[in-house]
Each structure stands twice: as structure tokens, then as C-alpha cells.
Design a protein around this ligand. Structure first.
Ligand SMILES: Cc1ncc(COP(=O)(O)O)c(C=O)c1O
Length: 514
């Protein structure tokens, strides 16, 4: 194992650490420092190297840099375990670490200072100073402080309590030291009740109606593939479905001759009635399923899910809701919605780890759905929706992270989260409308949430998107047509971030004479 010699020269202002340090630090690190003044190892975006409590936090310390005292570093020579662990915590080259034991890592984790908070702000702060509360919440997110991330609609960002749960779970899993030898790490075969129960409570269903999947696309595919359709049967959807919602049905159309029919949503959708009428008018005797996004990817409009599902039920038609954006953005109760299926990607607004999703199936229709991914258990109806999580070996830490995300949202309170999402989105929308930009966001507050969409002609979205990121560290996204800007206001975004976006938007228009 490489060690730092006691006479290691100070590496003031060096771009490369001296030999010995280099093996430890890896060549991708920019190192500077001075004797007694501390050593900074600036590195590429930090990757946590170890799945442990304070190690994990320390690895994220200052997000882009890590600092420790040179004398302390040298001392590590003598204290092998601490040396290894401190290096790992600093995100240093793992290949340099040859003897790492769980015990040494645990011991080191005790010794290392905890620099990144994982505790939620005091709920009392919300009452006295709401914006201070949300500003404190922002420190749990590892998105660099100078970045305004307004693209949560694509993916969210897991905060430290979620990362912590993921890393801790990895560490536990990878030790392969389960007390019960039958508890071998083949976790794609079990009931996952420990993880299903909190999620079921969070979305308002029973454990047996819930399957943990990897995302909404997978869950939508289970529905499209698993229902008994005949050639000529119709599936009705909107013209604003995400490819991960629409295409599973397109495959079925091509293979089995079902018909995918679309209703047109106005830009913007002005009220619930126009959506209900459009669905009602498009239903035929051959309609077997109404599939729609609870919140659409195209404009972020919140469709009247409960009413659409009631309409479907009244006509003997199944209803499937793509709620990719909803979990964690708005309060959700799938029983109250009354749908037959509900799918989601909690790695968006619940800030769960990427690759965590779910499929809700109303108890009465579970037996009507065939499995798509199949291993043993598919023909055991007593497993209920659990049949659909029998997918072979699976990634438990991601699911542990989703559980932590549920716990975090519950601790904050979905009332507060939803209010924050709506307030921030409304502020941004008003400000853009004040600038004369055309809104494609519903004027009905009930039909909008944490996503707003504007048609900012003649701005070309891809151009402003690139400019905002390069010049201002502001991340947005849009989609087609060319001038559509879709902006997300997750609770960790601050009002100052929105003001920064608005100022940049003004600057861009002036710069380009638009
Ligand atoms: C409405 C909707 N459905 C499905 C998806 C696909 O999500 P995922 O890639 O997590 O499966 C998205 C992604 O943005 C979406 O907006």
C-alpha cells in the first residue's frame, strides 16, 4: 500500500502531487497546500467511495473540494486504518487502498468529522421563517450551491439522507454476511415488505397492491404487455404522453393489432371539463383502457385524474394513470383517485435514487394482468401485485434509498412540500407572463403543480438552454416545439435561483435582440 514518507515535500501550488501522494490521490486530482496550512485535493465531481455514515458525508465535504491537515495526513502512516479510510473519504483512488476492512472503516468513520448535514431542518423553523427553512433544506442536496437546477422534471437529485441510506445498504449487502444463509443476496425474488409497506402507506394503497419496479416506463410496459387485448381493441390516451407511456402500447398495436387513439389537449388546458369532454367523446364500444399522465411531460398540466377514472369506470373501461411526476410533487392517494393502475418514477420528485419505481394495481384487477418479466412465482396469485417484482436479482440499495426518500418527504410533510412546489411555480409563471411570454401552463391552479411551461418564441430552446448552462450554471429543459421551455420548481430551489433565471432570461433576450 502506498504511504506518504515523513519527508514528503509540501506540494504548494502543484498540479500534480509528488510521487507517493500521486498514487494515493490519483492523477485526476489537482492538489495544492502548504505545510501546516492544510492540503486541498480538488477533484472532479465527488464520488462517494465508501458506503458509510460520516465517510460518505466527508467525501462530499465542500462538494468540490476536500481539505485535511498535512500533519494529520502524515500521521496516517502510523495508523493504517485511518489512513485508508481518510483517503477513501476524500474520494481518493480506491485502487491505492489495499487493506480495507469493515472494522477499520467503521473506526475511521467515528474519527472523521461530519461535514455535510443529513439532519432535516427543525420543523419549528418553518413556522418562524419559511424561506430559512427551505434554505436549510437546500444544504442537504449535493447540487453545487452555484447551480440552479430547474430540470427536476427529468430527474431529481437525491439528498444526503437518501444517499446515506443507499450507501449504508450497499455496505450491508456487499458484506454478504447475512445471518440467515437462506437470505442470500438474490433480492429480486422476495416480497420486499420492508420497503413496500412505507411506500404503500405513502401513496394510499395496500402492500399487496404494490410492486416495486425500476421506473414508470417499466411499469407502463407491464400494463401494456400484460392485459388481454384483442385485435381492434382501443386504448385511449392524450397527445401529451411520454414515450415511456405511449410506446409500450405502440408495440402492442404493431404486434397484436390494438388501436392507440389520442385526444388532443389544448395549449394550455383551461379547465377540467374540456379534458373530460374530450375523453368522453372519444370513447367507443371498443375502448378497453384509458391511459393518461396525471401530470404530463409536455406541459406539466395536472389532469383531473379522479374524474377521468370515474368516467372510465362508469363505462366499464379500465384506467391506467402514469404518475411519473406526481409521487413527491403532490399529495397522492391512489385509492382516492380510483384508478385500476398507477405507475411512477419516484426518482423525479420524491428525490429517490435513479432506477426506483412502482406499479400500483387495484386488488380487483391484479389477476387480470399477465407477467412480462418472468421467473418463479408468476403463477402464484396469492402473491398479489408482488408477482410483478419477481424480476430476478435486483438492487436493494436503490430500494433502501427510495424508502429513505419516503421517510424524508413524510417528515417534511407533503402538505408543505406541495405548497412550496405550487408557490414557487406560480411565482415563476407570473414573472414570465409579466414579461409577455405565452403561457402553456393551465390558468386553473388545480391543474398545475411544480412544473410550468411557456412558449417563448422566437427564442430557440436548445440555444438558450446551452447558454444558460454555460454562462450561468442554470439548468433547464424543454422539448419540442422549438421555443417551449419547461421549468421545474422542486422545493430545494430557492426564490433567488428563480430570480437568477429571470435575470438571465432578460439578459439573453437583450443580447440576442429578441
Ligand atoms: C409522464 C411521464 N411518464 C413516464 C416517464 C418516463 O420516466 P422514466 O424514464 O423514469 O421511466 C416520464 C419521464 O419524464 C414522464 O414524464
Amino acid at each position: 500500500m502506498p504511504r506518504l514518507a515523513k519527508d514528503t515535500p509540501p506540494f504548494v501550488g502543484r498540479k500534480q502531487p509528488p510521487k507517493g501522494c500521486r498514487e494515493l490521490l490519483g492523477t485526476e486530482h489537482f492538489v495544492f497546500g502548504a505545510p501546516g496550512r492544510g492540503v486541498h485535493a480538488i477533484r472532479k465531481p465527488p464520488k462517494p467511495m465508501l458506503p458509510l455514515n460520516s465517510l460518505t458525508r466527508a467525501a462530499y465535504h465542500c462538494r468540490d473540494s476536500f481539505q485535511f491537515d498535512l500533519p494529520e495526513l502524515l500521521m496516517l502512516n502510523r495508523r493504517h486504518f485511518f489512513y485508508s479510510s481518510a483517503a477513501a473519504a476524500a474520494g481518493l483512488s480506491f485502487s491505492a487502498l489495499t487493506t480495507l476492512t469493515p472494522e477499520s472503516v467503521h473506526a475511521a468513520s467515528e474519527e472523521l468529522a461530519c461535514h455535510l448535514p443529513t439532519a432535516l431542518p427543525d420543523p419549528a423553523l418553518y413556522t418562524t421563517d419559511e424561506s430559512a427553512y427551505w434554505a436549510a433544506m437546500r444544504t442537504l442536496f449535493v447540487i453545487p450551491a452555484d447551480t440552479a437546477y430547474l430540470n427536476n422534471g427529468t430527474v431529481g437529485s437525491s439528498p444526503t439522507p437518501v444517499l446515506q441510506a443507499v450507501f449504508d445498504s450497499y455496505f450491508e449487502c456487499e458484506r454478504l454476511s447475512q445471518t440467515d444463509p437462506e437470505d442470500y443476496p438474490i433480492w429480486g425474488y422476495g416480497p420486499f415488505n420492508k420497503y413496500r409497506d412505507p411506500l404503500a402507506a405513502f401513496i394510499g394503497c395496500t402492500r399487496d397492491e404494490l410492486a416495486i419496479t425500476r421506473n414508470a416506463t417499466e411499469s407502463n410496459s407491464y400494463i401494456a404487455n400484460g392485459l388481454d387485448f384483442k385485435s381492434g381493441d382501443e386504448v385511449l390516451m392524450t397527445d401529451q404522453e411520454h414515450p415511456g407511456g405511449e410506446h409500450p402500447f405502440n408495440v402492442r398495436a404493431k404486434r397484436a393489432g390494438i388501436v392507440v387513439k389520442k385526444i388532443k389537449l389544448n395549449l394550455p388546458v383551461k379547465n377540467a371539463a374540456e379534458v373530460l369532454n374530450a375523453f368522453n367523446d372519444a370513447v367507443t364500444p371498443r375502448t378497453k383502457l384509458i391511459f393518461f399522465s396525471h401530470i404530463t411531460t409536455v406541459t406539466g398540466v395536472v389532469l383531473p385524474a379522479k374524474e377521468i377514472c370515474a368516467l372510465a369506470r362508469s363505462k366499464g373501461i379500465l384506467s391506467a394513470v402514469d404518475g411519473a411526476h406526481v409521487t413527491g410533487m403532490l399529495k397522492l392517494n391512489v385509492h382516492d383517485i380510483g384508478c385500476d393502475f398507477y405507475t411512477s418514477s419516484p426518482h423525479k420528485w420524491l428525490q429517490a435514487p435513479k432506477g426506483s419505481g412502482y406499479l400500483y394495481i387495484r386488488d380487483e384487477v391484479i389477476d387480470r394482468l399477465w407477467n412480462t418479466i418472468v421467473t418463479e412465482g408468476w403463477d402464484e396469485p396469492q402473491r398479489r401485485a408482488g408477482r410483478f417484482q419477481q424480476i430476478g436479482s435486483s438492487n436493494v440499495p436503490v430500494i433502501a434509498g427510495m424508502k429513505a426518500a419516503v421517510e424524508m418527504a413524510t417528515a417534511i410533510g407533503m402538505d408543505r412540500i406541495e405548497k412550496r412546489h405550487r408557490t414557487m411555480a406560480d411565482y415563476l409563471l407570473t414573472q414570465l407572463q409579466n414579461r409577455g411570454v405565452e403561457s402553456w401552463t393551465s390558468p386553473d391552479p388545480a391543474l398545475r403543480g411544480g412544473i410550468i411551461t411557456v412558449n417563448a418564441t422566437p427564442i430557440i430552446r436548445t440555444e438558450i438552454e446551452a447558454w444558460l448552462w454555460k454562462e450561468k450554471k442554470i439548468r433547464i429543459r424543454g422539448g419540442i416545439p422549438p421555443s417551449k421551455l419547461r421549468l421545474s420548481t422542486p422545493y430545494y430551489v430557492q426564490k433567488a435561483d428563480l430570480d437568477r433565471f429571470l435575470a438571465a432570461f432578460d439578459e439573453y433576450r437583450k443580447l440576442k435582440h429578441l
